[in-house]
Design a protein around this ligand. Structure first.
Ligand SMILES: Cc1cc2nc3c(=O)[nH]c(=O)nc-3n(C[C@H](O)[C@H](O)[C@H](O)COP(=O)(O)OP(=O)(O)OC[C@H]3O[C@@H](n4cnc5c(N)ncnc54)[C@H](O)[C@@H]3O)c2cc1C
Length: 444
């Protein structure tokens, strides 16, 4: 099958935008360094020109600040200090020293840590970007840093964006943005929850999933890094849980990427298999016992308290539990006037409220639930045809449904948000409901 031209066009446009932005913020100093590096060919005499102090500082937002200072000595030695402060309480300092050299082929500065063992290698490239070596080798993640005098004015850049601001940020206690917080969440998952993942990941009343998808979505941690860290921790009882995690984070995720890359209709009924299109069409006029508008669904105003609670979790916390997403989307099919409307509504809500939305995983999740993508035909029933069905009773067999419902009760305030409503302000201060208190207890 041909590569998806629509996705390719988006990717190319995004790449172009990003290249233009980077070009705009390049300071004269960075350009001069780049020209110097490019003009000079091999040889240790170059070291003298590049020696000096390089300071980088970057600010995630009000509570998160990171800095990196690098001193390159003419002798070929370097010293570096990385400092990160999160929410005034968590700090992380790392110092390193060793030798540095210029890579003749890639025009990069390579830093070799002292002390033997595998060489830790960082590279400062011609544009003043720092490339973290060993740890990121598989993920090819780059930390794009700018020298002090070249800092992007984040507040001004954000202000200039023409975006829908009616959905506010979620509480930072739930999801602190940035690579450091993502790494912290990964380590915490491996330490505290990996052993539960195998048995309890489909129970939304338990804290068993990794919760990493928002960081993965924004490229603040790579799925490869998560897989490597989890694989390393896969010992004893955690071994089978780690295999389950790898199956989800590699196999399912890449199946989604692959589907969206190759299927131009990745978010439409046309993208479904022939059997699914046929069965959905056959049942599209079936009588619906319940019929809800998008607005009713958005405000969690259905007869099904489990569905409402899942919707409230997504609206208030920015992440619906993975197991419930399947139930949630299948009910959208059951309660919408036809399958095309159901798919559009599920994608709209998923992308609007889940922090990890607007992702291949999301499109395929909705397509799996509503259009049978990557699934098979099941016994035929009303509305669903041969699409796999899920119901409230089935959920009751899997977990304590009432407990989950009580965690996101109607008209409660969660993280400062009136969770029956799509709110302008999800950002929060205090947990005000009994449901929130339960969730807080659960997360400890
Ligand atoms: C209707 C529906 C909508 C969904 N929307 C999204 C979405 O917008 N963004 C998103 O990232 N995922 C989506 N998923 C897939 C899955 O539910 C989430 O990836 C998962 O809940 C994220 O939470 P976690 O990181 O705690 O997951 P964990 O269970 O800890 O899994 C770890 C990682 O594995 C990957 N993964 C897990 N399950 C799946 C899956 N079924 N398909 C593909 N990758 C998976 C994700 O990268 C996830 O972060 C959706 C699923 C459905 C059924």
């Amino acid at each position: 099958m041909d590569k998806n031209p629509r996705l390719l066009a988006d990717v190319e446009a995004a790449g172009k935008r990003s290249t233009e932005n980077v070009a705009r913020v390049e300071s004269t100093a960075a350009r001069e360094r780049s020209e110097r590096l490019q003009a000079e060919k091999g040889g240790r005499e170059r070291l003298g020109h590049l020696g000096g102090r390089y300071a980088f500082r970057w600010q995630g937002d009000a509570d998160e600040a990171e800095s990196f200072e690098l001193i390159l000595r003419d002798s070929g030695k370097f010293e570096s200090q990385y400092f990160s402060q999160l929410a005034k309480t968590m700090t992380d300092t790392q110092t390193h020293s060793g030798v540095w050299e210029v890579s003749a082929t890639e025009r990069q500065i390579l830093l070799y840590k002292e002390g033997g063992g595998p060489v830790e290698r960082w590279a400062l490239d011609a544009h003043g970007d720092l490339d973290a070596g060993k740890d990121f080798a598989l993920s090819k993640q780059r930390m794009i840093l700018r020298p002090d005098d070249d800092c992007l004015d984040v507040a001004a850049a954000l202000k200039s964006l023409q975006v829908d601001r009616t959905v506010g940020p979620v509480s930072k206690e739930l999801f602190t943005p940035g690579p450091a917080a993502g790494k912290h969440r990964l380590e915490e998952f491996v330490r505290k929850r990996l052993s539960l993942f195998g048995q309890k990941r489909n129970d939304p009343t338990k804290q068993a999933v990794s919760g990493l998808s928002p960081w993965i979505k924004f490229g603040q941690i790579s799925a490869q890094r998560c897989a490597l860290v989890v694989r390393k921790a896969a010992k004893g009882a955690a071994k089978s849980a780690a295999n389950d995690f790898l199956e989800e984070s590699i196999v399912r995720r890449e199946l989604s990427d692959n589907y969206c890359w190759y299927n131009q209709n990745y978010d439409s009924l046309k993208g479904a298999s022939a059997w699914a299109v046929e069965t959905l069409k056959k049942h599209s006029k079936d009588k619906r016992e319940y019929l809800y508008s998008r607005a009713q669904l958005e405000k969690a105003k259905t007869h099904d308290e489990l569905w409402n609670a899942a919707q409230r979790q997504m609206v208030s916390e920015g992440k619906m539990h993975g197991f419930l997403r399947m139930y949630w989307a299948k009910k959208v099919l059951e309660w919408s006037k036809d399958p095309a409307t159901a798919l559009a509504t599920a994608i709209y809500l998923n992308d609007r409220y889940n922090l990890d939305g607007r992702e291949p995983n999301g499109y395929v999740g909705c397509m799996w639930s509503i259009c049978g993508v990557h699934d098979m035909g099941w016994s035929e029933r009303k509305i669903f045809g041969k699409i796999r069905y899920m119901n409230y009773e089935g959920c009751k067999r899997k977990f304590n449904v009432k407990e989950f419902e009580s965690m996101y009760p109607a008209n409660s305030e969660v993280n400062g948000v009136q969770v029956g409503e799509a709110s302008k302000k999800r950002k929060s201060t205090k947990a005000a409901s009994s449901g929130a208190a339960k969730r807080q207890k659960r997360s400890k």
